[in-house]
Design a protein around this ligand. Sequence first.
Ligand code: GDP
Length: 201
Amino acid sequence: MAPLPVEFVQSASKHSQLPDSRAEITVVGRSNVGKSSLLNALAHRKKLAHVSNTPGRTRLLNLFEIVDPKDKRPGLSKTMVDLPGYGFAKAPGNMRAEWQAMIENYLLERENLLMVIVLVDGVVGPTKLDVQMLDWLRANGLPHSVVATKHDKVKSSQRDKRKKAVAEGCDLEPRDVIWVSAEKGTGLDRLRGLVMTWLQA
Ligand code: GDP
């Protein structure tokens, strides 16, 4: 499958500053989960998510347009928002609270948000913060999917066990977790297909 045609549009500290979207997905996960690597791999672009990793932008909402060549309707675009990685252990409490409010307000209030992709480190498994995020999404009835990263780092002899453990940690069935490797390309086509399906609004 062709790379996702993704273009960076803008960053903002409030979702109200972002342009409206026809259909949007968003990606969340703790820092170091492999979010930039995955976004770059999905789009086949080395420095796409680098845009959102430049200092100052790591703590903002970063909006990308997903250009659907089959959708010629004028007007609003299909979009993806890269959310700041959570788990800023070193940040002062009030800053953490600000980021949390930014993310929560975005997730609760953004129009046409169709899917929240929660990245979980396939090697480490879901952390306490990942589980908190999943519980919060469930409590608020927000549609979400779990994507486990770094599939290549799990030894093939351990994979079945890992897949069961990661799913269990997320309170899901193993078939409900999408495994990917940005490094080896595993699962990327499936995820690209799912993204395009989620965006068919
Ligand atoms: P981010 O902080 O979530 O954006 O994470 P990065 O994309 O910067 O990745 C964090 C670290 O994990 C980097 O050292 C990456 O090279 C590594 N990494 C990310 N994805 C993969 C993967 O699929 N396989 C392997 N082996 N390493 C990965």
